[in-house]
Design a protein around this ligand. Sequence first.
Ligand SMILES: [Zn+2]
Length: 328
Amino acid sequence: MNYIVMDLEWNQSYNGHMGEHPRIPFEIIEIGAVKVDKNYNIIDEYSSLIKPRIYKKLHKKIKTILNYDENDLNTGRGFKEVCTEFLEWCGDDYMFCTWGPMDLTELQTNMDFYYMPKLKRPLKYLNLQQIYANTAISADSSSTVSKLEKAVADYNIPETEPFHTALNDARYTALVMKEMKPKNLKEQYSFDLYIYPKSKEEEIEAIHNNQYEYITRDFASKQAALDDKKVNNIRCYKCNKKVTKKIKWFSNSPSSYICVGKCWHHGNFCGKIKFKPLNDGRYYVVKSIKPIDKEGIEAIKQKQEDIREKRKEKRHTKSNNKNKSLYS
Ligand SMILES: [Zn+2]
């Protein structure tokens, strides 16, 4: 299997949302990629400019970072032709690697715009930005969205070519990957969430990178998802036994719930439910269960305490305000 380290450049409406085509808010104007073997060596390269069909004028912000202009793009070929050629170049046995999750989303949005066949699912890929965030060198565990430039600088990779052409960025990303070379790289994949599971049969369950992951079909509401047994139960993924809850599910942000449980054989686990909103007010859920240490549990307890305090304060101010208005 090869890794396809891919980077895309895209353009958007010059006039903001006003001139935006709803089916393609971002139009891909360049595909760049390198093929990397299991020893992290670059064995092939792909690069092609795409002649835009929807947004022919480059957005101001995009124009300032790119190293080419509209005239260059006009020498490109249509998206469908380029993308078909690119996917053929990828071969039969490969895994996409990207800096962040956006490139795969935009690739598929553009493919859908031209009614091209969909990529095979479930689609596993390596989010190298996230993998980089877990390394010691990133030195900023609070941020999972470091720029590629930072990673390149952190590893002292010589900056011989400008950033923000797709092929150069793909090359740099591959070099960062080579520097990181985590032992269990293949285990660190993510599931692409461009298409969520449409039925129970399509739901995804996987154990990888020392955690359990469950991606559900859609539910009518957050509550409906929470009421689902398979969503709210937490089991030890190592022995499949039910764990004893230490901290019950609580909402730690508007879009997520967490809990902590203990398996008597395998230690403490943290469960997390993330709600993913869909356009029609429905939700699907990404649930994970992973080991957690004592400090982690203390941090969650503290968070729960903070949230309780804030709620109390809110109620207090509200009732105070009520009283004030009664007497004024
Ligand atoms: Zn267990």
